[in-house]
Ligand binder design. Sequence first.
Ligand code: IMP
Ligand code: MG
Length: 413
Amino acid sequence: MSRSHRLDALKTHRRDQFIEWIKGLLAVPFVLLSQPTAIHGNDKSSVDAMAHNAHKRYSEIMGDVEGLILDHIQQQRADPRIPSKLKLLVPSVGTFFTALPLRDAFAFQDERRYISSRRFVAPSFNDIRLILNTAQAMSLVRNGRLELVTFDGDLTLYDDGDVLRPDNPCISRILNLLHGGTRIAIVTAAGYTEAEKYYERLYGLLDAVAASDNKDEFGHKLVVMGGEANFMFAYSSQAPHKLESIPAKDWQLPEMRAWTEENVKALLDVAEAALEDAVACMRLPVKVLRKERAVGIYPEKGVRLSREQLEETVLVVQRVLEMSDAGKRIPFCAFNGGNDIFVDIGDKSLGVMACQRFLGGIDGSRTLHVGDQFLSAGANDFKARLACTTAWIASPAETVQLLDEIAHLTASN
Ligand code: IMP
Ligand code: MG
């Protein structure tokens, strides 16, 4: 392996291969058609022609990718052992729960982002991420199939470590979804055993639901799954803190029976030791926090860890756990929370599936998980892709935009 290959292999956790591949396809017409020299007023007609041609070529490519995804879905259904053409081209692609109308989604985003009109900046990772989100929303809404939306907490609904305050613009949009019959779950890594703690983080939403006309109707239609897949609470207008703790037997998946105290302790012991090693090795200015179903490290208020420290720690801990016996007995999730590292028992695929089960058996093709962490290592929303369709947002403002798109698509459906 050459040096650059080796470094590349080590960096793959920081790339999304499917998005990078689409970016590469769109780069070709960009290079051939863009007119970086046309910058004077009298070049306007050539710029318009360029935008027109680029739009046409980008659309065709997105249409072709749409076809490859359909073929991939059919191949998976017919015989998952035989790779589809898409799987051969992008080996990391997983399950698509629905087809994706990429051509229409491109047209929608091009009208807003003017991708085809750009002369210097090629279609970017973010352009493609947003086109994929739009395509996913279109597919779910057009099929009348949005039965459950699950949201990550930090960086999806509010800033890192913040709380959902009454003036958060997501609240009215979530209420609209509930009114339309869509169930809502907040699937967060934040792991607490008490309803009060979740109320403190989510009070803006819980109070707004409790103040709405349908406040009693929404009981058990809005749930909170904490610690990735460890603690479930459901909204109840009667309960203290508006959240009722749901007994494990009502939501746990059969595979969670292996999560015995002994297996949980063994896994957290290995994780804690690995975290302590990393802390000693890099002299990290952090404290270790051991919880019932998680162990993590976090710095004092005002201290920021560097990206390199966070990534190194999460990758080392993940590796140690993968190679340990304890890590083979039960699933776990090691992730970089922006300025802390946590290892949780279970992961978001199990958290989302437990919500689907509790809410009456909702299928993955009728569920959308919205989150900010979709890189393949050290990111906790990534695993939700095993349970349902997903939208990858980069900030709470993008969550608002996505919810507005869903509302707009629903109204014009
Ligand atoms: P999420 O983005 O909603 O999944 O929340 C992730 C953040 O929750 C982490 O970065 C931590 O700061 C915080 N957190 C609090 N308790 C826990 C826990 O038990 N496990 C993991 N993260 C936790
Ligand atoms: Mg998050």
